[in-house]
Design a binder for this molecule. Structure first.
Ligand SMILES: N[C@@H](CCC(=O)N[C@@H](CS)C(=O)NCC(=O)O)C(=O)O
Length: 242
């Protein structure tokens, strides 16, 4: 246990993470991907996929922490990258500093350009059904996996609003039930391997305790899926960013 965590921490320290405003638009680095992020489920979806791509293909990336408490994500230089003013965003230095925002779009972009062997995705021509299922689960997750709303009303709202807490805990439990329908007899959301659909849904599901669902024993397929993903070294390292 200790050795796994320290191995992950050692690998993490090898990634550049110094916050330096003059570095924001730096194109001097040879690492293709620059990730602007914070330690949240949305940010970690991307750092987890980047760690997977690093392990699979040697893709190098750097990350820079955006301090949400100082509203750095609303500063003009960041709005130029992401008009939505939220983390995460990436800049692809290898493609003329092309910027991408929205987690679903970022995962799909990284898959398109950096998952050449389809290790985390399915070929739209040769495996059209699996490819469609990846998109189905990704759209479902990004449009509907609102565990964060339960977390907001439980941990961050300035008022105690029992109606809102119950409504979104109930919804979180319903959504876990939807995942269980698929995961009770499947190892992964799509096909026979971990894909960007799993990575996209994982971080929001892994934080279930903060969202008012202490135990997930009643969804055994979901529980095993979470454990399977959490056990990956890449996921351990990606979950420590920043
Ligand atoms: N739909 C966006 C959501 C991004 C998002 O909500 N990011 C949060 C952190 S998890 C954020 O930046 N919050 C700060 C803010 O709203 O200003 C995505 O999938 O990328």
């Amino acid at each position: 246990m200790t050795s796994t965590v320290s191995k992950a921490a050692r690998r993490l320290r090898s990634i550049s993470c110094t916050f330096n405003p003059s570095f924001r638009f730096s194109t001097m680095s040879t690492k293709p991907i620059m990730l602007y992020t914070a330690g949240t489920p949305n940010g970690r979806k991307v750092s987890i996929l980047l760690e997977e791509l690093k392990a699979a293909y040697g893709l190098e990336y750097e990350w820079q922490k955006i301090d949400l408490s100082k509203n750095e994500q609303k500063e003009p230089w960041f709005i130029a990258l992401n008009p939505n003013g939220r983390i995460p965003a990436i800049v692809d230095r290898a493609r003329d500093n092309f910027a991408v925002f929205e987690t679903g779009s970022i995962l799909l972009y990284l898959q398109q350009y950096y998952d050449k062997e389809g290790r985390f995705s399915f070929d739209p021509v040769k495996q059209p059904n699996e490819n469609s299922e990846v998109l189905q689960w990704m759209f479902w997750t990004n449009a509907g996996l609102w565990t964060s709303i339960a977390g907001h009303f439980l941990n961050a709202a300035p008022e105690n609003i029992p109606y809102a807490q119950k409504r979104y805990i109930d919804e979180t439990r319903r959504l876990f039930g939807v995942m269980e329908i698929r995961l009770k007899d499947h190892e992964w959301l799509v096909g026979d391997k971990i894909s960007i659909a799993d990575i996209n849904a994982y971080t929001w599901t892994a934080g279930h305790k903060r969202c008012g669902v202490d135990s997930i024993d009643e969804w055994p397929g979901l529980k095993k899926w979470l454990d399977r993903i959490a056990a990956r070294e890449t996921v351990k390292v990606g979950s420590l960013v920043p």
